[in-house]
Design a protein around this ligand. Structure first.
Ligand SMILES: [Zn+2]
Ligand SMILES: [Zn+2]
Length: 482
């Protein structure tokens, strides 16, 4: 087993930034000690990395990805092989992907399909949530089984997409009651789907077919209303833990903040696209160009949203950054769901409702949220907390993942804050897509070296990992509950 030493770096955790050396033995972190502490054992190390002037952070944990997701007649363009490799390039060492059960399908078949897609393919460790697209007696039983035996302790439900993934309020309540019995987490896609579908049909009937209408037909009050309804149902079901995914709207955030103020087990995540992108600059671009940024929930208007004016005069984005600081938003994930422009996004030419929903981002989350540190929105500690530590704790993988501590997996990223990263199809881009949603963005800082369980994946701007290195992680229950 290899012994590695990372010395002279600044180790970042949710509780501080401390000059420390990190000793790795095999797949685990053996010890963390004051600079110079391991000098005597340096000779016996197989590799010594001098991280002077650099940050040493836990490997990123992205708890919301969709590799090879079937959607709208096509599949998300990253396989577990290409997507997990791109994740490694971005300093991510664990993903939790969404296994799918659609209405009318068997949960175990859906899960088996996801294991088949991922087994032997991943560059980094991976786990699954289970989408329950059809709540019935059998799938409720299966939720319990998965929690107790398969290491899947979180279930995503949808208040949108009628006919595909949608659950009505009664089904949601039943699933929540089941989750309350076995300690599982309910993850919610909170948008009022039936109302959105009416607005979509009305827009199309008026000839409003461009990509920007994707956002106009999903106004933020319909995200806030669904968020509120999910919170009420989770309360009635016995304060069952509820995690709202991909939050994009300030008014939805206010619902979560109020619930948390009232002591509810309610959590939420947002994604880099909602923190940085606006409708005006992306989805609203002329012609079909905007289709690159069609995702749900949608990117929202910066200043001109008729539905929402933020709490301190901010729009949605200012409020989302505030929510991250205040722990109203606990996690940043990506909702990585890439589709190529050619032949995939193009399915929606002339009809925005047929554009596959999703943005590729698994590679850039650590970079984009670090940029929030540079911009003065977050501390270094909060960057690591929202991108590494809390996601691991929220979904039962801590302290194996998400922290640099003795006994934890040696998932470590050396981060160089003294240089820049240019994102773009001809610059830094490793996802299996023909475009980048982040084309031309220049980020301060750079992923320098990436370790997954003590194995080097990224070194000197080279990928030196291999598919099949990544292992399936059986997760426990959320560690945020008393
Ligand atoms: Zn969703
Ligand atoms: Zn998603």
């Amino acid at each position: 087993m290899a012994k590695l030493l990372i010395k002279n770096g600044l180790v970042i955790s949710p509780t501080g930034v401390i000059a420390n050396d990190v000793l790795i033995d095999g797949e685990k972190i053996a010890a963390v000690g004051a600079p110079g502490w391991f000098e005597s054992s340096e000779q016996g190390c197989d590799k010594v990395i001098d991280a002077k002037g650099k940050y040493v952070i836990p490997g990123g944990v992205d708890v919301h990805t969709h590799m090879e997701l079937p959607f709208g007649g096509t599949f998300a363009s990253d396989t577990f092989e290409t997507g997990s490799r791109a994740a490694a390039w971005g300093g991510v060492t664990t993903i939790v992907d969404m296994a799918v059960q659609r209405y009318g399908e068997n949960v175990f078949d859906g899960l088996a399909e996801w294991h088949r897609k991922a087994t032997g393919e991943c560059a980094i460790d991976y786990a699954f949530h289970q989408i329950i697209g059809g709540v019935d007696d059998q799938s409720l039983k299966d939720m319990k089984y998965l929690t107790e035996h398969e290491g899947i302790s979180s279930f995503k439900l949808f208040m949108a997409y009628p006919g595909v993934f949608y659950s009505d309020d009664g089904q949601i309540l039943k699933a929540m009651q089941t989750a309350a019995e076995c300690g599982a987490m309910i993850m919610m896609h909170a948008e009022n789907g039936p109302a959105i579908d009416v607005l979509v049909q009305q827009a199309l009937a008026r000839g409003e077919t461009d990509p920007r209408y994707h956002s106009y037909t999903r106004p933020s009050p319909l995200e806030a209303e669904a968020t509120h309804r999910a919170i009420v149902l989770s309360h009635v079901a016995g304060n069952v833990p509820l995690y709202i995914v991909h939050m994009s709207a300030g008014d939805a955030l206010n619902e979560v903040a109020a619930a948390r103020h009232n002591g509810r087990n309610v959590f939420a995540e947002t994604c880099p696209q909602y923190l940085w992108m606006t409708l005006e600059e992306t989805l609203g671009q002329p012609g079909f160009e905007g289709s690159k940024w069609v995702c749900s929930t949608p990117v929202r208007s910066r200043d001109h949203d008729p539905h929402y004016i933020g709490q301190m005069g901010h729009g949605h984005q200012g409020d989302l950054w505030k929510g991250l600081r205040m722990n109203e938003l606990a996690v940043v994930s990506t909702d990585h769901c890439p589709f190529c422009f050619k032949d995939q996004k193009e399915l929606g030419l002339g009809d925005f409702s047929k554009i596959p929903n999703g943005i590729g981002g698994v590679e850039h989350r650590m970079e984009l949220i670090y940029q929030g540190v540079v911009a003065g929105e977050l501390t270094l500690e909060r960057w690591v907390e929202t991108c590494c530590t809390t996601p691991a704790r929220m979904f039962g993988m801590y302290p194996q993942k998400g922290i640099i501590a003795p006994g934890s997996d040696a998932d470590v990223v050396v981060w160089d804050p003294n240089t820049k990263t240019k994102i773009g199809i001809n610059d830094k881009h490793h996802m299996n897509m023909d475009h980048s949603a982040w084309e031309g963005w220049v980020i301060d800082g750079k992923v320098d070296t990436v370790f997954s369980r003590g194995t080097v994946l990224i070194d000197n701007d080279q990928y030196v990992g291999r598919k099949g290195h990544g292992k399936y992680i059986k997760r426990g229950l959320s560690q945020y509950l008393v």
